[in-house]
Design a protein. Structure first.
Length: 609
């Protein structure tokens, strides 16, 4: 049986997961009556809700006598480190582009990696059924993009298909026949993508995707570079430098068959398989036969750039909404997450009952918190802080990101102003078609915390921002944080509409009437720059005098709604976000006002010293 290994490259929401669904259906991987969730490869609830692919996944489709392994790659920058390694185990790539939006920054990032690796892409213009589709123009933009990324003559001569994954058809032209379904794409993959190149020698496999399985332990997925592997075979694990990590036996060899992963008796060079039995093996490690001395060349794993403290929820409402509240439960869950997520680094914190979790961005850490919350965990988390390091000369260095913002021309001025306030340098500014401007900045990661929401507000939801880790560079100095203080509850109970109405001139509220509050909880934003302790529990004094005054019916301004990402960006160093399965609350680190004053005095005396 011949083999083909293909990756799908696309910007977030350009339809790659839907395309895989249609390919599986067309090849008969689903029975007629089989119930299959929409976007079958987005298996995670959050992936379905947010419409993004978080984890790289593989599937395998039989077309005639050829097995096609298809790898779905993440399209979001926080998961960009996954992409390079995945492209290393395939021989071809489908570049999927929206017929209306055209190639977007994330497409550029992944395509540039694919072209550097020498892959010859197939371009698929998807969603040609959209009312605003401009398929032929977008095909020209893709060519321009490839040329700008220094593609070779061979890569520029790419085959092109048009179609609609949603409707389940592909054709040579945007107006072409729809009767053949997805067959033209399968035939093109077989013609254009070469069979995997196989080296001579004993068994070697480079770890590309990592996951933790409750029954099999750590599972490493990759392509077999040479030799073959069977269950119970002796093997060892080498790191990128060739140092021995561990020795042992392969407990299971799993291969992708449709959406299922099944144990097989033997796998051969060129195939993409998963191997269990090595608790220390990870991404960028080589699993190989005992006689192999040199590891396969591997990309290093991108460094984490942000860290947060995850701690036990110790508020007065702790344990009332979640079932998993102890420090040990939180610790075990985080260590389990780190087992299967190479981009996370989990370590013990200096504080009691808390762990430090470092990752590549707010999105990634926000997704972890949201996942834990849905599993019944209660925890409190600190503001994300950027991981700063010292270079050999002893100077402070911080992570800098390349930020690409596509925005309507009328809003470009406010974007440039806000980014410069956040210590970003404007590198490039050019029109990107359709009265839109593309702005490229080098910005410190610190300055980008919480900017996504502000950007959408400033541009009326029209801007698209993409970020990639660029490099560590010298520290850019102070960046102004939140300018307003907060309103803090002085007691525990249920908030009263009358009391909140009386406080409206002090600033907007973050809670509804009847919400449970406690001493030290943040209930609103102060109009001034200092914090203010307020009473939201005080009802109206009742008398026996009848009244017809208008103030009987209290009309409140709607509260500020705090999503998890918005809350993480909003809080300051001395505040926490309390996360439970039902609520997201903001609170002060020290709930007692006297403790807060003492901590403030201690901080001032440290600064003076």
């Amino acid at each position: 049986m011949s083999l083909r290994n293909v990756a799908i490259i696309a910007h977030v929401d350009h339809g790659k997961t839907t395309l895989v669904d249609r390919l599986l259906q067309h090849a008969g991987s689903f029975r007629e009556n089989q119930k299959v969730a929409e976007r079958a490869m987005d298996s995670n609830d959050l992936e379905r809700e947010r419409g993004i692919t978080i984890l790289a996944k593989a599937t395998s489709i039989l077309w005639g006598d050829t097995r096609v392994n298809i790898v779905d790659t993440p399209g979001h920058a926080d998961f960009g480190g996954e992409v390079e390694r995945i492209l290393g185990m395939v021989d071809g790539a489908l570049v999927l582009v929206d017929a209306a939006e055209g190639p977007l920054p994330q497409t550029k990032f992944v395509v540039s990696k694919a072209l550097k690796l020498g892959l010859r892409p197939i371009v698929v213009i998807n969603k040609v059924d959209r009312s605003d589709a401009r398929a032929n123009e977008v095909a020209g933009e893709v060519f321009d993009l490839f040329a700008a990324l220094d593609a070779t003559e061979e890569q520029l001569d790419f085959p092109l298909l048009f179609g609609s994954a949603k409707q389940g058809w592909m054709s040579d032209s945007a107006e072409g026949s729809r009767e053949l379904g997805m067959a033209p794409l399968f035939d093109l993959i077989l013609r254009h993508v070469p069979e995997p190149t196989v080296e001579e020698g004993p068994f070697r496999l480079l770890g590309t995707i990592l996951e933790a399985n409750p029954y099999l332990g750590r599972i490493v997925t990759g392509r077999i570079a040479s030799g073959s592997v069977k269950p119970n075979q002796s093997a060892k694990v080498l790191d990128r430098e060739g140092k021995l990590i561990e020795q042992g036996r392969v407990s299971k060899v799993l291969a992708f068959r449709g959406l299922e992963r099944q144990p097989i008796d033997e796998a051969f060079a060129g195939d993409i398989v998963s191997i269990a039995g090595f608790p220390e093996a990870t991404v960028a490690h080589t699993i190989c036969a005992p006689e192999v001395e040199a590891p396969l060349p591997a990309q290093p794993i991108d460094p984490p750039t942000l860290a947060m403290t995850f701690r036990v929820n110790d508020s007065p409402l702790a344990g009332t909404e979640g079932s998993k509240v102890t420090g040990r439960m939180i610790r075990d869950r985080l260590l389990r997450e780190a087992e299967g997520n190479v981009a996370l680094r989990v370590s013990e914190s200096s504080e009691r009952d808390s762990m430090e979790v470092a990752g590549r961005g707010e999105l990634q850490l926000g997704i972890l918190i949201e996942t834990m919350r849905r599993e019944g965990f209660e925890l409190s988390v600190s503001r994300p802080k950027v991981l700063i390091r010292r270079n050999e000369a002893g100077e402070l260095e911080e992570p800098i990101e390349e930020v690409v913002i596509d925005v309507d021309e009328e809003h470009s001025g406010v974007v440039v102003q806000k980014m410069s306030e956040r210590k970003a340098d404007l590198i490039e500014m050019r029109p990107s078609g359709g009265n839109r401007t593309r702005l490229v900045f080098f910005a410190p990661t610190r300055g980008l915390i919480g900017y996504q929401g502000e950007l959408l507000t400033d541009t009326r939801g029209t801007a698209i921002m993409n970020r990639l880790f660029h490099a560590y560079a010298s520290h850019k100095g102070e960046i102004a944080g939140r300018r307003n203080g907060v309103l803090i509850s002085n007691d525990q109970g249920e908030s009263v509409a009358y009391a909140m109405w009386k406080l409206e001139d002090r600033g907007p509220m973050m809670i509804e009437p009847g919400a449970r509050v406690y001493r030290g909880m943040i209930v609103g934003e102060h109009t001034r720059d200092n914090d203010l302790v307020v009473n939201v529990l005080k009802g109206k004094q009742l008398t026996n005098i009848r009244t017809t005054s208008k103030d009987e019916a209290v009309r409140l301004t709607p509260p500020i709604r705090m999503s998890l990402e918005k809350a993480l960006a909003y809080i300051e160093e001395d505040e926490f976000v309390e996360v439970t399965p039902k609520s997201i609350r903001l609170r002060k680190k020290f709930l007692d006002e006297n403790d807060r004053k003492r901590a403030e005095r201690a901080k001032e005396s440290d600064a003076a010293a």
